[in-house]
Design a binder for this molecule. Structure first.
Ligand code: ZN
Ligand code: ZN
Ligand code: ZN
Ligand code: ZN
Length: 112
């Protein structure tokens, strides 16, 4: 089956991988009658091979910081996901910062 994989990475970016089958006749894999789109969430199932590098490299701030970074928006230190996990309470409502690691975010450290 022709499959286009959308693979989520630790940095919250995704990679696209395509596998073609022998029944493919057209140019694009969408032309194959067996075409399907699959999404793999992060973390992937055991045994699934993730790409070694984010496709946005060298422009993935998360990967450049080796997966540990401080949030430039809220100041949370040592984030290890692609987005800031800081939860703030505003008027009794929980708000997740959710800031994407950007070029302004410093490398992970416990010192501000
Ligand atoms: Zn196919
Ligand atoms: Zn990335
Ligand atoms: Zn934050
Ligand atoms: Zn930032």
């Amino acid at each position: 089956m022709c499959t286009r994989w959308k693979i989520w990475l630790a940095c919250d970016h995704f990679d696209i991988r395509t596998d073609c089958c022998s029944a493919k006749t057209g140019i694009g894999i969408e032309d194959c009658k067996h075409y399907r789109l699959r999404t793999v969430e992060y973390p992937p199932p055991a045994g699934f091979q993730l790409p070694r590098f984010c496709p946005l490299m060298p422009n993935c701030p998360y990967s450049i910081r080796s997966g540990a970074w401080n949030c430039c928006e809220c100041g949370k230190v040592m984030n290890t996901g692609g987005r800031c996990e800081c939860v703030m309470i505003h008027g009794g409502v929980e708000i997740v910062c959710g800031h994407f690691c950007c070029h302004a975010c410093p490398k992970g450290s416990y010192q501000l």
